[in-house]
Design a protein around this ligand. Structure first.
Ligand SMILES: [Zn+2]
Ligand SMILES: [Zn+2]
Ligand SMILES: [Zn+2]
Length: 297
C-alpha cells in the first residue's frame, strides 16, 4: 500500500472485514526518516483477527500480510553491510545491500528483474540475507584470541612448576642410592619399552649421583669456608642441598626471581599485559606501551 495511505482508512477497511486492529502505523525508514509502504497492525489474538493472514488485497490494492519478526542475528550495517555495528557512525566505504557494488543502497540502479549480488559471498541474494554463508549466524564462532603475553606467562609458570617438581624428588640422598643400585642392575639386561622409560627417568638422579665425588675435593681446596661453617662438611655429602655445587640448576635460576632487577621486569610484563588487555583503542594502547617501555617515537 502506498505510504501516504491514511492509517484510519486502513483500520476502517479492516473493520469492514471483521478484523479489529488495536493500532495501525506506517513504518518509517530508519535511514531516510520517510514513511515506507509498509503498515504495522496490532491485533488481539482471536479467530476473527486471524483472518488477516488470508487477505490478499485491502483498499483495492494488493497486499502481503506477514508476521512481525524480531531481529535475528548480529547487527548489520546499512551502509557497508558489515556485521556487529550500525550505520550511524560507520565511516567505511558504502556497499549496496542489493548489488554489492560500492554505493549506498539508496543510489542503486539495479532493476527488480536483475539478480541481487551479495557483497559478502557473491551469491545471488541481498547482503542482509540471513542464510548467507558469510553471515556470522552461519559461521562457527572464531577461536578464542590468545594473548601472546598471557600465553608466555602461562608457559613460564608451567616451566617453573615443572622445574620445581623435577628438582625436589632427587633431594633425599637415600632414595638416590636406591635408584642407582636399581639403575645399574637393570641396565644390563635388554630392556622393554616401558622399562627403558623407567631407566630414563632414573637417569636424572644418577647424574646427580655423580656429584658427591666432586664436593669433597672442592671443600678440601677451600678449607677456610668449611672451617667457618661446620655444617658444610656434612652438607658436602648431600650434593643437592648445596646449590653452589650444582652450577646452572633451575633452582638457582628460580632463586633469582626475587632479585630487584627480575621483579622490575616482571612488573613491566604485568603492566604490559594490563595495557594490552584494556578495552582502549589499539593506537592508544600502543602509546601506553611505548611510554611503559620508554620508547621514543
Ligand atoms: Zn558499516
Ligand atoms: Zn546497488
Ligand atoms: Zn551472501
Amino acid at each position: 500500500m502506498p505510504a501516504d495511505m491514511p492509517v484510519n482508512e486502513v483500520i476502517e477497511n479492516l473493520e469492514e472485514l471483521g478484523i479489529h486492529p488495536k493500532e495501525c502505523r506506517v513504518l518509517i525508514n530508519r535511514k531516510t526518516g520517510q514513511p515506507m509502504p509498509i503498515f504495522s497492525v496490532f491485533l488481539e489474538k482471536n479467530e476473527d483477527n486471524r483472518n488477516i493472514y488470508n487477505l490478499k488485497e485491502l483498499c483495492f490494492m494488493k497486499i502481503v500480510v506477514e508476521t512481525m519478526r524480531g531481529k535475528i542475528g548480529p547487527a548489520q550495517c546499512y551502509r557497508c553491510q558489515g556485521f556487529f555495528h550500525g550505520s550511524r557512525f560507520c565511516t567505511r566505504n558504502p556497499k549496496c545491500v542489493k548489488c554489492g557494488k560500492p554505493h549506498l543502497t539508496k543510489d542503486c540502479t539495479k532493476t527488480k528483474n536483475e539478480e541481487p549480488t551479495c557483497c559478502h559471498c557473491q551469491g545471488n541474494h541481498p547482503a542482509n540475507f540471513l542464510g548467507c554463508p558469510q553471515n556470522p549466524l552461519n559461521r562457527p564462532p572464531p577461536p578464542p584470541k590468545v594473548n601472546f603475553w598471557e600465553e608466555r606467562a602461562r608457559i613460564k609458570k608451567e616451566m617453573q612448576e615443572a622445574a620445581k617438581n623435577k628438582t625436589t624428588p632427587p633431594a633425599p640422598p637415600t632414595s638416590q642410592q636406591n635408584n642407582q643400585t636399581e639403575e645399574t642392575s637393570s641396565s644390563h639386561p635388554p630392556q622393554t619399552s616401558s622399562s627403558t622409560y623407567q631407566s630414563q627417568t632414573k637417569f636424572v638422579p644418577r647424574q646427580v649421583q655423580m656429584m658427591p665425588s666432586k664436593p669433597p675435593t672442592r671443600t678440601q681446596e677451600t678449607p677456610s669456608s668449611s672451617r667457618n661453617v661446620p655444617l658444610n662438611r656434612t652438607e658436602a655429602t648431600k650434593p643437592r642441598e648445596n646449590p653452589e655445587d650444582d652450577p646452572p640448576s633451575l633452582l638457582d635460576t628460580l632463586s633469582q626471581i626475587n632479585d630487584p632487577e627480575v621483579q622490575e621486569m616482571i612488573a613491566i610484563v604485568e603492566k604490559f599485559i594490563k595495557i594490552s588487555k584494556s578495552n582502549k583503542p589499539t593506537a592508544y594502547k600502543a602509546m601506553e606501551l611505548f611510554s611503559l617501555l620508554k620508547i621514543k617515537i
